[in-house]
Design a protein around this ligand. Structure first.
Ligand code: PEP
Ligand code: MG
Length: 540
């Protein structure tokens, strides 16, 4: 008999596969290692820690070879944590005295250390809590025999961090979490990788038997145990359709994204992890049009320091050598508010300009990490040209005479769209944030709203005004909001004259093929008709 567990859809797609249970509740009582096998189990646990330490060491030596000493030092703290005698003693006690399996002992010991660190008043040390947890999770996965990219079933866990999803889920069929939220970074990474994900399934999901075959329905927010043959067949067909689309995208990655009548559109990717960058490049992305840096620091207890940012950024930018990499300044605020900014008013650049030292550190980290890419710096939530000038002035002090990367403004507030002409004069490019723009123009609540009616004429008129301002200033415009990969909205954006579309990594190939199927002249006609319509005539 089928049994469906109900959760919340976090990334679309349907998958059929064997459950790979990473976490268990109450497993302590269920699986106690017998005394005679504990020494071997401890050996497995310590070996897993050692393997993870060596993986991190490999990253460290790569960074040192590249002369990135500060970043190497940061990653090296993970190596030291893996060898921390306190951690290994606790793992030993959990396995030898309590008979805990290796993976659980590793996770539990790391969680305890993380909790202790999180209590510390020193923000630098308390921030390391997540690193220890992540180390524990990595080592537990290794103890269970998982290597990055080798898991091929449906991953089941309590929660996963974005790095865990990026690392473990690249070959997985889906991810099912007992906890988690749809806006969690892990969900953003899953969506971007095209891996179906359901969250909020409750602790029952952790009772699944390893290897049991399930259907994960990322569209309906369900995990179905003992699925009936009809459901399995439908899931298989849907997964095959998605894989086919991806294979097509990869096969056509070298074909230019050009309309039938010859208009070239550059298709770039939105990303926040190395896995997303790699996926986007495989699908033919010409670079990154939006690197959402704030997603790396949503748990921060203070403005992220230079070295920490440089370390993350250089890892993400490494595959982009020689290509466009558009790094957005931290867009904190709204639903992306880290603990240290709770209660602060403002959003995006407004918040950063209130903390000039933090802005300087971020600019320095971006410039440093972006040495081998065609770097563009993007300013979020701009409302005036003074803000762009302030960033440029700070950037000049950081550069100290070195050539400047391009600087662009997000046009995602009605104020910015109204002042597009003066903002464009200060910029090398503009980027339309249709997600925020649509919600703000139409007075919707982005966290609640289920739709973004970008084709509403009030929104289109602001986009059109932005396009005209950019043309007058002879600078390029891209769309990096969801409208760029929306089948109905994207041709209108092309018709309005956008030069670039920046879309989720998993959508790059599809959007490139859409461009090849378009007729620019026809798109222009559609967008002109839309602009002339009255608000009530327009969809949304
Ligand atoms: C947007 O608002 O359209 C955008 C791309 O920014 P974010 O979704 O990160 O707020
Ligand atoms: Mg935005």
């Amino acid at each position: 008999m089928e049994r469906a567990l109900k959760g919340v859809s976090a990334a679309p797609g349907v998958a059929f596969g064997a459950a790979v249970v990473l976490d268990r509740v109450g497993a302590g009582e269920a699986s106690i290692i017998v005394a005679s096998e504990r020494a071997a189990e401890l050996g497995r646990a310590l070996k897993a820690l050692d393997v993870v330490a060596r993986e991190l060491e490999h990253i460290v030596s790569g960074l040192r070879e590249a002369g990135r000493i500060a970043e190497a030092d940061i990653v090296e703290t993970g190596v030291l944590m893996a060898a921390d005698p306190g951690l290994t003693a606790r793992v030993e006690a959990l396995v030898m005295t309590s008979g805990r399996p290796a993976a659980e002992a590793l996770r539990e010991a790391a969680d305890e250390s993380a909790q202790a660190l999180a209590q510390l008043a020193d923000p630098v040390l308390s921030e390391r809590a997540d690193d220890v947890r992540s180390l524990g999770r990595r080592a537990a996965a290794r103890a269970n025999g998982f290597r990055p990219g080798t898991v091929s079933g449906v991953l089941i866990a309590t929660t996963l961090g974005p790095a865990d999803v990026a690392e473990l889920a690249t070959n997985a069929k889906g991810v099912a979490l007992a906890g988690g939220g749809v806006t969690a970074h892990a969900a953003i990474v899953a969506r971007s990788l095209g891996v179906p994900m359901v969250v909020g399934l409750g602790a029952d999901v952790l009772d699944l038997v390893d290897g049991e075959e399930v259907v994960l329905d990322g569209d309906g927010g369900l995990l179905v145990r003992h699925p009936e043959p009809g459901r399995v067949a439908a899931a298989r067909a849907e997964a095959e359709r998605r894989h086919g689309a991806r294979r097509q995208a990869i096969a056509h990655r070298l074909e230019p994204a050009q309309t039938k009548d010859g208009r070239r559109i550059r298709v770039l990717a939105n990303a926040a992890s190395v896995a997303e960058v790699n996926e986007a490049l495989q699908q033919g992305a010409e670079g990154v049009g939006l690197l959402r840096t704030e997603l790396l620091f949503l748990d921060a207890q203070a403005w992220p320091a230079f070295a920490e940012q440089a370390s993350f950024l250089s890892l993400i930018l490494a595959p982009l050598t020689g290509r466009i990499a558009t790094v957005r300044l931290l867009d904190f605020g709204g639903d992306k508010t880290p603990p240290f900014l709770r209660g602060a008013a403002g959003r995006g650049i407004e918040l950063q300009l209130e903390s000039p030292d933090a802005l300087r550190s971020q600019l320095a980290a971006i410039v440093d990490a972006g040495i081998n890419v065609k770097l563009r710096i993007l300013i979020p939530m701009v409302t005036s040209s003074e803000q762009v000038r302030a960033v440029r002035e700070m950037l000049a002090t950081v550069l100290a005479g070195r050539p400047s990367p391009q600087v662009g403004a997000m046009i995602e507030t009605p104020e910015a769209a109204h002042r597009a002409a003066e903002i464009a004069r200060e910029c090398d490019f503009l980027s339309l944030g249709t997600n925020d723009l649509t919600q703000l123009v139409l007075g919707l609540d982005r966290e609640q709203s289920k739709s973004a009616p970008v084709a509403n004429v009030k929104v289109l008129r602001l986009i059109d005004a932005t396009m005209r301002a950019a043309r007058d200033a002879r600078i390029a415009v891209d769309v990096c909001g969801e409208a760029a990969s929306d089948a109905a909205a994207m041709p209108i954006m092309v018709g309005l004259g956008v030069d670039e579309l920046s879309v989720a990594a998993a959508r790059v190939g599809e959007v490139r093929s859409w461009v090849r199927g378009l007729d620019y002249a026809a798109c222009r006609e559609i967008s002109e008709r839309r602009l002339l319509s009255q608000p009530a005539d327009t969809a949304g």
